[in-house]
Design a protein around this ligand. Structure first.
Ligand SMILES: [Zn+2]
Length: 113
């Protein structure tokens, strides 16, 4: 499962951070996930709970921020919100649109003690 490998590598980063700071408990973890990252927040939450159970990370709150897919027209520079997979510039109708956000998959912050 896609979400499981993401969770595992995310938790590796968290554990490394905790070791470096001598922390024993994870209170919360905030991550951002782009719409295009093909990640289901629900299954991510499920994997997170499953992976942290019976570890020092158990009970931590996972906060998932979903980043909407946005783009910019390569012809006229108009920025837009993209719904679905194909994008068209609302101004000049060009389909040459580059993605600005929506592919993120990263840890924003974590709270340890
Ligand atoms: Zn345009």
């Amino acid at each position: 499962m896609h979400e499981l490998s993401i969770t595992t590598s995310m938790l590796d980063i968290v554990k490394e951070h905790m070791t470096r700071h001598g922390a024993e408990k994870l209170r919360s973890l905030k991550i951002k996930v782009g719409e295009m990252a093909a990640v289901e927040p629900q299954s991510l939450l499920f994997c997170f709970e499953a992976c942290t159970k019976d570890t020092p990370l158990e009970g931590a709150v996972l906060d998932i921020e979903v980043i909407p897919l946005t783009g910019r027209c390569r012809e006229c520079g108009t920025e837009m919100r993209i719904d679905g997979y194909s994008a068209q510039c609302p101004k000049c109708r060009s389909v040459s649109v580059e993605h600005l956000s929506g592919h993120e998959l990263a840890i924003v912050s974590m709270e340890v003690e």
